[in-house]
Design a protein around this ligand. Sequence first.
Ligand code: GRF
Length: 217
Amino acid sequence: MKIGILISGRGSNMQALVEACKAPDYPAEAAVVISNRPDALGLEYARYSGIPALVVDHKAYASRTDFEVDLHAALKDHGVELVCNAGFMRLLTKGFVDKWRDRQINIHPSLLPAYKGLHSHERAIAEGVKITGCSVHFVRTEMDSGPIIAQAAVQVLAHDEPGDLAARVLQAEHKLYPHALRLVAEGRTRITGNIVTIDGESTPSPVLFSPGLYPPG
Ligand code: GRF
């Protein structure tokens, strides 16, 4: 399955997906990386990896819809079958989301539906939660909502600063996203309403794992 990866910055999740795609038995191929910001660090890695890396700069467009027309065209030009948002920081309109319905996924650094939007880690710490994590989900119009494919749990440690927690969750993201993409690209995900089921699901489930819930110290 040809994937297009949308980024806005660092691109470490994009890098995790691209690395996964290099394995011969991985069911997805990175066809293009597109950033809405010309200065996104991730573009360098994509180019270094020999993957077409484009900028569709949202600031160059008069409207969101105009921006999305070119974004859609760039994805189509590269034969993209599934869009993977990876730290892509633009809200997409219903028109674009509907065009890619059930063919666009996103990663968010919380256990959805908790802590949608920005500053997930700050809010988790402020509210004293003991477990947070990350989620990969199909994209719907409402921000950070849509059928959840897979989640990973991460412990919030005493005295965590948001940056500490973000770094720990990011490590889980880098495992979870390639894992979730594999399930989608293998055609194993079935969506019914807001629920995703996985064909051939075993016990323990392939869609939930919790790396290092009890780290030393
Ligand atoms: C990740 O935490 C992702 O979940 C969130 O933004 C961050 C992007 O990081 N949406 P990177 O660009 O993938 O390194």
